[in-house]
Ligand binder design. Structure first.
Ligand code: SAH
Length: 501
C-alpha cells in the first residue's frame, strides 16, 4: 500500500517544509510499527523546488487474517473462503489500513499542529497526492463524487484494468487516484483519513463507539456540507445504525451552524491544542495574552456565579474548556455543562479535563455536549445559570435574536452572564492596528453603549434585570477591555414560571 504527497516551493518557501508539516525529516527513512504491519516514511525527492513524501505500508496478510479470526467470526466452511482469507488484497491496496497508518504516522499533522512552521500549516499549499491502488466500491464515479466537492482543481481517477493481457475482463475494483490543488495539508490528510476507508468499504473489523468522534473530528470543515455526507457516514461507521444516527444528527448541527456562518474560522480557532502550562495559547484572544485578561474574565464570571448562588452552570460556547475546568475546582458548582458546536474544541476540552481518568463522582458533575446555540435545545433547560463568555461576537448580528430566544426565551436559567469585548478599549492595545477587531473571527465588537442597548432590550423582552460589571482595568476614557452583563430573572417571572411548572 502506497501513497505519495508532493508539493512545490521556492527558495524562500522551500518545498521541504513538508517535512516539518508531517513531522518527518526529509533526510531520513523511518519505520513505524502499526497495528497491522510496518509503515515506512521516505522522501523520494526533497529539494526547495519539489518535495515528495511517500508512505508505504507493509502488511502481513497472515497476521491480519489471524487477528480477524479472534474477533468472533469463524473461517467459513468452503475451501474458497479459506483461500480468500490468505490471498486477499490488503497488502496491495490503499484502504482502511492505510488510513490507520496515516493516523499513526502523521498524528500531529492530522491535528494541524506544527510548532516549527505554524504559518505553513495554516496556509494552502500546492499539493499533489497520488495513490496508485485505491479499492473503490462504487467505482471511479464515486471517487469523483467524494473528492470532487473538496476544493481540488484536479481529481484524476483511472480505473485499473483487471489484467493487462485480457482487457476483455474489464476493470478491477481498483482505481489510481491523483489529486491536485491548493489545500492545507491538514485538510488533505483528514479527507484521505476518512475517505479511503469509505471507498474501501471493507467489513474487516468492528467499529468502536469512539469512531463517531473520530469521524466528526476528521470531518471538521468539510464533511457537514458535503453532498455525499450520508453515504460517507454510513460507510465509515459500517452502517451501525445507532452510530450513524448520532453522527448524522451531530453533522446536521454543524451544517446548520455553518449555514449560519459561524465560520469554520471560529471552529478552527478553538482547535489548536493548548500547551500544558500556557492556557491561553490557541484561544481566540492572542492580543490579550500579555495582560492575561482571560484570567480576570474567568474570575469575574466565577464571582458573578457565586454571588448568584448558582449550583448548576451551563458554559455556552465553552471552547477549550478553561472555564469548565475553573468551575469544577469549586465544589459549590455541583453540575457543570460545557456546550460548543465544535467537536474539536470539545475534544481539547475533554483532554484538558482528563474526563477519561476522572473519578465517577467527578465525572457525574461534568458533561461536554455538542450543540448549536442558535437553536432551541431542551437539554439546556433546568440550570441555575448560563455563561456566554466571548461568544456573541462570533455570531453574525442577524443570528443574535435566535441565540437570544434559545437562551433567554427557552433555556431560561435564573442567571445569565455575558461577556464581550469593549471596542472602545481597542485603542489601548498597542499591538492592535487602528480600526481592527481583536480577532479575525469577531463579526462585531461593541461600544459600551451598544452592548447596553442590546442587553437592556434582551432583559426587557424576557423578564430579566441586568447589571454591568467592568472586567480588566477600567479606563476613565474608554472603559474596560471586557464588558460583562449579569442578567437575573425578575422575581415575578420566577413565580410565574414556578406556577407554570
Ligand atoms: N467561551 C470560551 C470560548 C470563546 S470562542 C472563552 O471564553 O474562551 C467562541 C466559541 O463559541 C468557540 O468555541 C465556537 O466554536 C463557539 N461557537 C460559536 N458559535 C456557536 C454556536 N452557534 N453554537 C455553539 N457554539 C458556538
Amino acid at each position: 500500500m502506497f501513497l505519495t504527497i508532493s508539493t512545490t516551493g521556492t527558495h524562500e518557501r522551500p518545498a521541504t517544509d513538508l517535512g516539518f508539516l508531517l513531522h518527518k525529516h526529509p533526510d531520513k527513512a523511518q519505520a513505524f510499527s502499526t497495528s497491522h504491519g510496518t509503515a515506512h516514511v521516505l522522501y523520494p525527492e526533497a529539494s526547495a523546488e519539489r518535495c515528495t513524501a511517500a508512505l508505504l505500508l507493509e502488511i502481513d496478510p497472515v497476521t491480519l487474517v489471524r487477528r480477524g479470526k479472534g474477533k468472533g467470526k469463524g473461517r467459513g466452511g468452503a475451501p474458497d473462503a479459506v483461500l480468500a482469507q490468505y490471498v486477499n488484497d490488503r497488502p496491495y491496496a490503499a484502504s482502511s489500513l492505510l488510513a490507520v497508518a496515516l493516523s499513526t504516522v502523521f498524528k500531529s499533522a492530522l491535528r494541524g499542529v506544527c510548532a516549527a512552521r505554524p504559518e505553513r500549516a495554516a496556509e494552502p499549499l500546492p499539493l499533489r497526492i497520488e495513490v496508485p491502488a485505491v479499492p473503490a466500491r462504487g467505482g471511479a464515479e464515486l471517487v469523483r463524487a467524494l473528492f470532487g466537492p473538496l476544493g481540488w482543481t484536479t481529481v484524476d481517477v483511472r480505473p485499473v484494468v483487471l489484467d493487462e493481457t485480457f482487457p476483455a475482463w474489464g476493470d478491477s475494483r481498483y482505481v489510481q487516484l491523483v489529486l491536485e490543488g491548493e489545500l492545507r495539508l491538514v485538510d488533505a490528510l483528514r479527507q484521505l483519513y476518512v475517505l479511503l476507508p469509505v471507498l474501501d468499504d471493507a467489513k474487516h473489523y468492528w467499529v468502536a463507539p469512539d469512531e463517531v468522534e473520530k469521524l466528526l473530528r476528521a470531518g471538521e470543515g468539510w464533511l457537514a456540507g458535503h453532498p455525499e455526507r450520508q453515504l460517507i457516514t454510513n460507510r465509515y461507521l459500517k452502517r451501525r445504525w445507532s452510530l450513524t444516527r448520532e453522527a448524522t444528527e451531530r453533522l446536521e448541527l454543524v451544517r446548520l451552524a455553518e449555514a449560519d456562518d459561524i465560520g469554520v474560522e471560529a471552529i478552527d480557532n478553538a482547535v489548536d491544542d493548548p500547551a500544558p502550562d500556557d492556557e491561553e495559547s490557541g484561544t481566540a484572544e492572542k492580543t490579550e495574552k500579555t495582560v492575561s485578561l482571560a484570567d480576570q474574565r474567568r474570575e469575574a464570571i466565577l464571582t458573578a456565579l457565586r454571588d448568584a448562588g448558582a449550583a448548576s452552570v451551563l458554559d455556552l460556547g465553552c471552547g477549550q474548556g478553561q472555564l469548565v475546568q475553573a468551575l469544577l475546582k469549586d465544589v459549590r458548582f455541583g453540575k457543570v455543562v460545557g456546550v460548543d458546536v465544535s467537536v474539536r474544541a470539545l475534544t481539547v476540552a475533554a483532554r484538558r479535563l482528563k474526563t477519561e481518568r476522572m473519578s465517577e463522582r467527578q465525572a457525574e458533575r461534568v458533561a461536554l455536549i455538542q450543540g448549536s446555540l442558535t437553536y432551541t435545545d431542551k437539554r439546556l433547560k433546568g440550570y441555575d445559570a448560563a455563561v456566554l463568555s466571548e461568544v456573541i461576537e462570533h455570531l453574525d448580528l442577524p443570528r443574535l435574536p435566535a441565540l437570544e430566544y434559545a437562551v433567554f426565551g427557552t433555556a431560561r436559567p435564573a442567571t445569565v452572564v455575558v461577556t464581550t469585548p469593549n471596542v472602545e478599549y481597542n485603542v489601548r492595545w498597542e499591538t492592535l492596528p487602528a480600526g481592527h477587531v481583536r480577532h479575525r473571527d469577531h463579526r462585531f465588537e461593541w461600544t459600551r453603549a451598544e452592548f447596553r442597548a442590546w442587553a437592556d432590550a434582551v432583559a426587557a423582552r424576557h423578564g430579566y434585570a441586568v447589571r454591568y460589571v467592568p472586567v480588566g482595568p477600567d479606563d476613565p476614557e474608554v472603559g474596560p477591555p471586557t464588558q460583562m452583563a449579569v442578567f437575573t430573572i425578575a422575581a415575578t417571572d420566577t413565580k410565574k414560571e414556578e406556577k407554570a411548572a
